[in-house]
Ligand binder design. Structure first.
Ligand SMILES: [Zn+2]
Length: 113
């Protein structure tokens, strides 16, 4: 399979539960019929932190940067970069950005309707 987008997650074909990791079976229904599917990228911030000391040289160009855990509308939890100032409970959506050869997610606040 070609390179996955960060929003490509495992979805159970039996019960439609979504998983950010790669389980061998669905933890919701026990089915083993997991498929790739792309999430919409919208969700709610459940944790955030600011990284001041990057783990290696490739990340140092970005530091300091924000990381968030987001519970997607589909139910899976993903980590991604974020625009500064997001708070827990905030509704966000994901935009792609390129870092080196990788596609990463940057979550940003959803505008109120
Ligand atoms: Zn299932």
């Amino acid at each position: 399979m070609s390179e996955r987008h960060p929003l490509d997650l495992r979805r159970c074909a039996d019960c439609e539960a979504w998983w950010a990791l790669r389980p061998y079976a669905c933890a919701a229904c026990g089915g083993a019929n997991l498929q790739w599917a792309r999430a919409a990228g919208e969700g709610e911030v459940i944790a955030h932190s600011t990284v001041h000391r990057a783990p290696d040289a490739s990340w140092r160009t970005l530091a300091p940067y924000e990381l968030v855990l987001v519970r997607l509308r589909e139910g899976a939890v993903l980590m991604g970069h974020a625009t500064p100032g997001l708070t827990i409970g905030q509704q966000v959506f994901a935009r792609d950005f390129e870092h080196g050869s990788r596609t990463l997610l940057c979550f940003q606040a959803r505008r109120p309707p």
